[in-house]
Design a protein around this ligand. Sequence first.
Ligand code: GTP
Ligand code: MG
Length: 205
Amino acid sequence: MPEPTRVLDATFVAGAPNLAALPPPTLAEVAFAGRSNVGKSSLLNAVMQRKSLARTSNTPGCTRQLNVFAVRCADDLSVHFVDLPGYGWARRSKTERAEWQAMIEGYLRRRASLRAVVVIVDVRRGVEEEERQLIDFLAGPREVSAAKPIEVILVATKLDKLGAAARKPALAAVRKGAGGAVVGFSAVSGEGSEELWGRIRTAVL
Ligand code: GTP
Ligand code: MG
């Protein structure tokens, strides 16, 4: 068994309202995407081993900027994590949604240091139309020269909301809907964190 991941430093670097405000692409970057309220910020805190570095909330649509964190692990792995604003927030105006889409798509297409996108779904809902669109979008051509395509890491979170007997079939259903591997996760229990770190490591190294 490899050593469990130990996060030595995790710091907030920037809250970017647009792409020009992002820090220079000096570190390999992993972005976290999913619909509003799915648990992106909570997952980030669990993975960064910090209680409340990424802001979490009961109000969907809380994260509106590209929030960038720098994370350094005991094994010398250094990465940027980017908490993306959630999609599917119906109460936003049409203009706001169009601006959001342009910003996210620009980020995904043009961020040279972006290596992987963690696509987060609720284990009780699985992959729906929005996630499928996102995954298809990520398979499209990038507008920067990059050595490798962007890796998609699918995570089914809020596993703790299900009883022990319901977990396996729920994860199997998500896997089937996605047509690929899925990491089961809970920000409450912390399960899945090490598996996710394994996937992140493989994607950035
Ligand atoms: P936006 O930034 O608004 O898009 O939301 P988000 O995706 O960052 O979600 P956030 O982490 O703020 O969590 C939304 C709500 O779900 C909060 O009330 C969290 O406490 C709760 N939550 C997140 N992850 C889990 C989990 O693994 N288990 C349980 N039971 N609740 C969770
Ligand atoms: Mg958030």
